[in-house]
Design a protein around this ligand. Structure first.
Ligand code: G4P
Length: 531
């Protein structure tokens, strides 16, 4: 293999940050970028409504609401690594794209608010990462505020998410009493210093736990508590084991304050040492390992429509899985069965989109898509023409029945809704025994309903009426030859099918799922739709 290419690939660290809104994902990302020199001053990527907004003015909804429907990847260099942070849309723009972005990551950083613990959105995103068995690192944030008991927090992560934790450092107090963190490996205390909300970098001061002058930095009471807690911890917590971390079976935990810029650099250093360079991926011809496969290969994980209003173009975001990409190169589009030119490659850097000339396994690129790509498609220059394992369909949580206002526009309606579904912005379903007259739309985040309505109106000139449905849970039936008429369901259950004709069940209550399983021996229900 070409050494220059393997060296570039080995440097790559591609990860996503998963968190519940307000836990501090944006603030932490900003501090990462600060270390990478990608921004000069903390805070300059902050304005969610300004910086990101300037990048993507492709849809008026974004402007009206000051949010970003699009997402990007931030690339910077730090500690000899080339880091790609995948931006997972959160807040109101939480959508299936958020989940799909996780399919492009090699590891995840889970940010938890120390006063809140594990929250709903973290739980959902964690499940997707756990399904892929990728390494998951935990950053417990906002230690400068009153935090919950540390043992309780770790207990909650283990119980709720089912992953054992291994604290790499340990907090000394929290809120006004926050004195710093104890590094368990080095046996030193990193002292907390108020950096005026991170406007100053802060000086990293550390003192050994057994240093004679330690009490001039940390009160005796706090030291007593710390020593007691460490003793308890040494007896109770899992030992650090890199192979368990690699397998996603153990989460190293760090404490800090993103806002105060405390513990961020320490985290970054440990994280880069413990996380993984680009991982191998499964294909229909076996595992494709970037360390062995020389040829370029990538898969599409996200498609974004009409970024440029003047043209009806789409951008296909792909994750490179092996080899080197060069602008304008030809690659075989496996699902389309054709060679295509990869034109206008773009990468999102901090707050601007820029054209790129080359990229390597681990990187994310956006390619001009004349409407030929679908989510999960493979591109490669390898003669083997392998196809990567597809991306599963994630369970929508909101459903609505959709009709067009003017029945004369039937054709445009069907075309539009199908195209938007193909891009993966929505999922469409049908009643079990009828045709396309009534379509049920499922979305992961409710903003997608507005996007659908807006796009059908503006791009296809079709007005629609949407009627919300009370269902919140969807399950794919895994049994191949099931007789649905014989299925003993619950009163709140509804049978539907997807575009491939696969049977699905909708439920209003989560307990109905268990009930249905109980009533039908051998029934297998899945939360993710097979690719
Ligand atoms: P998100 O992307 O996960 O949604 O969270 P974001 O970083 O936007 O942070 C949410 C709020 O929490 C922000 O406050 C932010 O300043 C604050 N925050 C983040 N990290 C820390 C921390 O370590 N300590 C403390 N005390 N606060 C933190 P806000 O008031 O909503 O916004 P702003 O007025 O500060 O911009």
């Amino acid at each position: 293999m070409n050494k220059m290419i393997t060296d570039e690939i080995k440097k790559r660290r591609t990860f996503a940050i998963i968190s519940h809104p307000d836990a501090g994902k944006t603030t932490l990302t900003e501090k990462f970028l600060l270390y990478g020199g990608a921004i000069n001053q903390a805070g300059s990527v902050k304005g969610k409504a300004t910086a990101k907004h300037a990048v993507s003015d492709w849809m008026d909804i974004e402007k009206e609401r000051g949010i970003s429907v699009t997402s990007s990847v931030l690339q910077f260099e730090f500690g000899g690594c080339c880091i790609n942070i995948l931006d997972t849309p959160g807040h109101q723009d939480f959508s299936e794209d958020t989940y799909r972005t996780l399919m492009a990551a090699d590891s995840a950083v889970m940010v938890i608010d120390a006063s809140k613990g594990v929250e709903a959105q973290t739980r959902k995103l964690f499940k997707v990462c756990a399904m892929r068995h990728i390494p998951i690192f935990t950053f417990i944030n906002k230690m400068d505020r009153e935090a919950r008991d540390t043992f309780d927090l770790l207990d909650e992560i283990e119980k709720e998410l089912g992953i054992p934790t291994c604290p790499v450092n340990w907090p000394i107090g929290s809120g006004k009493e926050f004195a710093g963190v104890y590094d368990r490996e080095k046996g030193v205390i990193d002292l907390f210093e108020d950096t005026m909300k991170g406007t100053r970098m802060g000086t990293m001061k550390e003192v050994a736990l057994d240093a004679p002058d330690v009490t001039s930095y940390v009160s005796e009471d706090a030291l007593d508590v710390l020593k007691e807690e460490i003793e308890l911890l040494d007896g109770a917590s899992a030992e650090f084991d890199q192979s368990e971390v690699d397998a996603g079976k153990l989460s190293p935990v760090f404490f800090g304050s993103a806002l105060m810029n405390f513990g961020v650099e320490t985290f970054l250093n440990y994280f880069l040492a413990m996380t993984t360079p680009p991982l191998p991926r499964m294909s229909d011809q076996g595992i494709i390992d970037p360390a062995e496969e020389e040829e370029f290969s990538a898969f599409v994980f996200k498609i974004q429509a009409n970024m440029n209003k003047a043209h009806r173009d789409r951008i296909a975001f792909m994750r490179i899985c092996s080899g080197k990409f060069e602008a304008g190169m030809d690659a075989f589009h496996v699902q389309g069965g054709k060679k295509v030119r990869l034109a206008q490659p773009q990468q999102m850097m901090a707050s601007e989109r820029k054209m790129i000339e080359e990229a390597y396994a681990g990187d994310i690129i956006g390619i001009f898509d004349p409407g030929i790509f679908s989510i999960g498609d493979t591109l490669t220059t390898s003669d083997k023409k392998f196809a990567f394992e597809g991306i599963p369909t994630f369970a929508p949580e909101h459903f609505a029945r959709v009709r067009q206002v003017n029945t004369m526009k039937r054709k445009q309606f069907i075309k539009g809704i199908n195209q938007i579904a193909q891009e993966g912005a929505i999922q469409i379903f049908q009643e079990f025994n009828t045709g396309m007259e009534e379509i049920i739309v499922g979305v992961v985040g409710t903003l997608q309903f507005d996007v659908l309505k807006y796009r059908l109106n503006h791009e296809y000139n079709v007005e629609i009426i949407m009627e919300g449905l009370p269902y919140e849970y969807i399950r794919w039936i895994e049994n191949p030859d099931i007789d649905l008429d014989k299925l003993k369901g619950t009163s709140d259950m509804k049978k539907i099918k997807d575009l491939k004709g696969r049977p699905l069940l909708l439920f209003i209550n989560s307990w109905s799922i268990g009930m249905t399983l109980e009533r039908n021996e051998g029934l297998e229900l899945a939360e993710f739709g097979r690719a």
